[in-house]
Structures are given as structure tokens and as C-alpha cells.
Design a protein around this ligand. Structure first.
Ligand SMILES: NC(=O)c1ccc[n+]([C@@H]2O[C@H](COP(=O)([O-])OP(=O)(O)OC[C@H]3O[C@@H](n4cnc5c(N)ncnc54)[C@H](OP(=O)(O)O)[C@@H]3O)[C@@H](O)[C@H]2O)c1
Length: 332
């Protein structure tokens, strides 16, 4: 019986480390929406999608947008064929932006997405392709993601070296604003999920984090957006913006695309790094006015990929206790 209790205490150590690292909404003292239980508030919100046409510019049709208005900025989308990238193309079309959609495989992109977009080939691991792709571009939105844990398609090659490559090309071609889709955890070096993802997925958070740093230090205006866990559900648009990587949650890809595209047209989003998750307690569309409340120079603690000291201490403590218990059992 005594041993059972000790095992319970040991098992709960990793849980408390992760909870403290995240300082989730459940533990914030000033949360206004306390009508739902804590666990409920951390779940993705209801799936009843709203009518997006009611709250976004609707006077411009998608076909007008594909042709493009020369007074509009030219926006290039890296990762346009991706599950978030497709929503970004739709949002930009609604805005009437001039769009350059980028992919490593134009034929596939044209047949699977829309051949009317201005598709150009770009591979972030091949710097030459980026010089052509970014010629004349005003705003670059990156929603790319690594496909494998090692080699040319790894987080190191795509998220880190890829960011260096597109930043250098952007400097040379005169891009004015880089909008980068990162991930919650990139600024939470001690977060349990960050440590776990770095361990099992080719140090993915480390490379995203270092890619972010390179963009922040580039001298080009930037917006770095770190979404929570991605869902494929329709966007619902009750979105919480936060900084310092202290929240955790979920968000539909369509909502992420809305925030990415809004950042391209909102000066208050310039030179800011922030996290986004779904939050049904917030008014739909209220997030559009929240950019001005975010701070420049706030990005949490860069996830370098090193195993945090408090995790080493917890492991040594657990190991010591296990050895102690085994020896005690043997001697009794
Ligand atoms: N899964 C989650 O819960 C989660 C949470 C937060 C953030 N994220 C991050 O969000 C990002 C987007 O996720 P997603 O699911 O929308 O992505 P996705 O559907 O996997 O699409 C990734 C895109 O990246 C492009 N790409 C890959 N390698 C490239 C390269 N070398 N050069 C140029 N483009 C390249 C691909 O385009 P082509 O094949 O057409 O070239 C593809 O369109 C990822 O970085 C992901 O890690 C994920």
C-alpha cells in the first residue's frame, strides 16, 4: 500500500512539470469565462462554423482577386498547396490581394488547387529558386512544414536553413514584410510538449525557434504567428492572442489563415511574435483589434533543443527513488 502511494507521487511528477511549464488558462487567476470547467475550456470549441462572408470583405469576388489589382501589394505564399496554405490563398483572394502562389511542384499545384493562381516554383532548400520566386514581392507569407525528420525534408533543412535562405532572398529582392507560421512551444523551452517534440521529431521545435530568430534579426519587418494544435474543422474565429508561450490549445487551420492574412494588412502586427488558440469565450472577430495590445520584443524563451535542467533534476530524483525502493524491497 505504501509503495502504491509512492508510485503515484512519482507518476505525477512529469504531469506537474508540464502543467507548470505551460501555465495553462486553467491556472490563470483573472480568466473571465469561468462558466465551463477547466478541461472544457482547454478543448477545441464547438464545430458550428459561422458564415464567414458576414464578417470579412465580400465585395471582391475570388475571380477578380485572381486577376489582381495593381494597386494592391504582391503577396507570395510559400507552402500554398498545404492544408493551411489553401486557406491563405482563399483569404487573400477575398481581400483582392495580388497573389503569387509558390510550390515545389507547379503541375501538381495547378491540378490540385487552382490553375488560375500565378504559380511559381520555389524550394526553400534551393536558394536560386527563391530569387526568382520573390522578385517584385512586397509581402511573404510562409506556411511551410518539414515532411521528414532527417535529410533535405527535415525541420533543420526546411524550418531553419529554409528560413535563412528565404530571408536572404527577401533582402535581395526587397520584400518588406515576412509573415511566418511557427508553432506554440517555439518560445517555451521548458514546455513538456516542446521537450517531447524535440525528442521524437528531429528537434522540430528547436529548428522552428532558430528559424524565428533569424527572421526577427533580419532587419525586415516581420510577424511570427505560433498556432496551437492544428485542426481541419471550419474556422470559427473566436481567437485568443497571447505572448511569452504560456498558453496551450487548438485552432482550425482556416482561423490561422485569417490571422496570417490580417497581419499582412494591419500595421499593429508588425515586428510581433505571438501565439494563437481557439477561445469560444471571446467575441467572434474581436481578435482583429488585439494586435495593438501585443508587445514588440516579447517571444518567450527560445527552445534551443537542450534538455532543460529541471527535467534532468526530475529524472535523477525519480531514478534515485526507484533505486531506493528496489533496495528497500530486497532487504525486507
Ligand atoms: N500539426 C500541428 O498541430 C501544428 C501546430 C502548429 C504549427 N504547425 C506547423 O504549421 C505549418 C503548416 O502546417 P500544415 O499542416 O498546414 O502544412 P502541410 O499541409 O504539411 O503543408 C506544408 C507545405 O510546405 C511546403 N513545403 C514543404 N517543404 C518545402 C520546401 N522545401 N520548399 C518549399 N515549400 C515546402 C509544401 O508545399 P509543396 O509540396 O507544394 O512544395 C506544403 O504545401 C508547419 O510548419 C507545421 O509544423 C503544426
Amino acid at each position: 500500500m505504501k509503495f502504491k502511494k509512492i508510485y503515484l507521487v512519482l507518476a505525477s511528477i512529469p504531469y506537474f512539470i508540464s502543467v507548470n511549464a505551460h501555465q495553462t488558462e486553467c491556472f490563470e487567476r483573472n480568466v473571465s469565462d469561468l462558466s465551463r470547467p477547466c478541461v472544457e475550456r482547454l478543448k477545441p470549441r464547438a464545430l458550428n462554423a459561422i458564415d464567414r462572408s458576414m464578417i470579412e470583405p465580400s465585395s471582391i469576388t475570388a475571380s477578380d482577386a485572381l486577376l489582381g489589382d495593381l494597386n494592391q501589394p504582391l503577396v507570395a505564399v510559400l507552402g500554398a498547396t498545404g492544408r493551411t496554405g489553401r486557406h491563405v490563398l482563399t483569404e487573400l483572394s477575398i481581400r483582392g490581394a495580388r497573389i503569387r502562389a509558390l510550390s515545389r511542384n507547379i503541375e501538381k499545384a495547378q491540378s490540385s488547387i487552382n490553375e488560375n493562381y500565378n504559380w511559381m516554383r520555389a524550394d526553400v532548400t534551393e536558394p536560386d529558386t527563391l530569387m526568382n520566386a520573390l522578385e517584385g514581392v512586397d509581402i511573404l507569407i510562409s506556411v511551410i512544414g518539414a515532411e521528414e525528420s532527417k535529410g533535405k525534408k527535415s525541420p533543420e533543412s526546411v524550418s531553419y536553413q529554409g528560413s535563412i535562405n528565404f530571408v536572404e532572398a527577401a533582402k535581395k529582392t526587397g520584400v518588406k514584410h515576412i509573415i511566418f507560421m511557427s508553432s506554440i512551444g517555439a518560445g517555451g523551452a521548458d514546455n513538456f510538449s516542446t521537450v517531447l517534440l524535440n525528442l521524437v521529431l528531429g528537434k522540430t521545435m528547436k529548428w522552428k525557434s532558430l528559424g524565428e530568430e533569424y527572421i526577427r534579426n533580419s532587419g525586415i519587418n516581420f510577424t511570427i504567428i505560433r498556432p496551437g494544435g492544428l485542426r481541419g474543422d471550419p474556422g470559427v474565429l473566436g481567437i485568443k492572442l497571447a505572448q511569452g508561450d504560456q498558453i496551450i490549445g487548438w485552432i482550425p487551420r482556416a482561423d490561422v489563415a485569417s490571422v496570417l492574412v490580417e497581419s499582412a494588412f494591419n500595421e499593429d502586427a508588425l515586428d510581433k511574435t505571438f501565439e494563437i488558440i481557439n477561445d469560444e469565450s471571446l467575441q467572434i472577430d474581436a481578435w482583429r483589434g488585439e494586435f495593438k495590445n501585443l508587445k514588440k520584443g516579447e517571444y518567450g524563451e527560445i527552445a534551443t533543443g537542450n534538455f532543460p535542467l529541471n527535467y534532468w533534476i526530475a529524472m535523477i530524483l525519480i531514478l534515485g527513488l526507484v533505486v531506493f525502493l528496489i533496495r528497500r524491497k530486497k532487504s525486507s
